[in-house]
Write a protein that binds this ligand. Sequence first.
Ligand code: UGA
Length: 377
Amino acid sequence: FQIFVDSGSRYFTSSWGGIHWEKQVRTSAQIHRQNGKVVLVTGAAGFVGTHVSLALKKRGDGVVGLDNFNSYYDPSLKKARRALLTSHNVFIVEGDVNDAKLLAKLFDVVAFTHVMHLAAQAGVRYAMENPQSYVHSNIAALVTLLEACKSANPQPAVVWASSSSVYGLNEKVPFSESDRTDKPASLYAATKKAGEAITHTYNHIYGLSITGLRFFTVYGPWGRPDMAYFSFTKNILQGKPITVYRGKNRVDLARDFTYIDDIVKGCVASLDTAGKSTGSGGKKRGAAPYRIYNLGNTSPVTVPTLVAILERNLKMKAKKNVLDMPGNGDVPFTHANISLARRELGYKPTTDLPTGLKKFVRWYLSYYGYVPGKVVN
Ligand SMILES: O=C(O)[C@H]1O[C@H](OP(=O)(O)OP(=O)(O)OC[C@H]2O[C@@H](n3ccc(=O)[nH]c3=O)[C@H](O)[C@@H]2O)[C@H](O)[C@@H](O)[C@@H]1O
């Protein structure tokens, strides 16, 4: 009776479950190539999640997405990404990674070979406004997911999104994976660093194959509206001012901006080279790989240069307010050493910032239906 009540109440309150839902999940998970993978992509309606899901599906892997469609930024963009994925036969389950019952159900319905865990509370500065959302999405959800993975039979290999922000106040450049990461500058960075420690324990105790990817300021079409390149574009087009932060002694801030297609190649290569998890029945049966890679571009660009490139592409001048960087978690610069990823993943970024921003601006103008000369709101 209790099972009936539980599943009955879920039927009315949740957006998952039922025969039709299971069929959609199974169909989406179908493999269309030899030795294809079956990948659960969390955060599939997110920026990186959408692109990775598409790449996997296009080469014939089975892909099931999971996303809670939260409103950290405009959910209509997430829904538009979902529509794009639906048109390529990728189904996104609507739900939260913290929902252990949902995860158990998904692993029951599909024998995932890999999990690409991209769901997260992103954003460096927002952590001061809503710290709990970082604990919820980057720590609690990660543990819930790893618990499901460790209990699954077979255990999947896990590839997940860490962040360049773990280097924090590190001053040695370029940043290498072996550098210190014990001085985070934001709660966001601290939760990603915690994720690296948490995944290590699941590797050690349960034999889960783990790959953590330290992404460096990823940008491109279908990107995140909370990021500087995106909000600058919006404001410039609307004739609104932008705030350009500057570091100590008036030094420009710089980022190792990395184009989305390069990141996707790094993610797919990580899945392809991930060794197997060794555990079963929640027990470790031998050592499994634990890997961490920088996925950056290796050529940092200053924020004023980013603005100049956008101005050129938009054929409009930005109204700039230059402000000293507030103490809100920002770091002055990032710069990736990618030798390890190059050696072990064959990772080789090929898109520089001017080329990538040109593609972003083209997408932005078409997505928001911008007509040159017409003021947008
Ligand atoms: O590399 C990473 O790991 C991180 O990259 C980005 O974080 P961030 O580099 O701070 O990206 P933006 O928020 O787009 O900021 C880029 C630069 O523009 C500057 N900025 C930002 C916003 C603004 O209004 N003005 C401004 O000058 C920031 O100080 C920073 O130097 C992402 O937002 C994080 O989710 C990600 O984890």
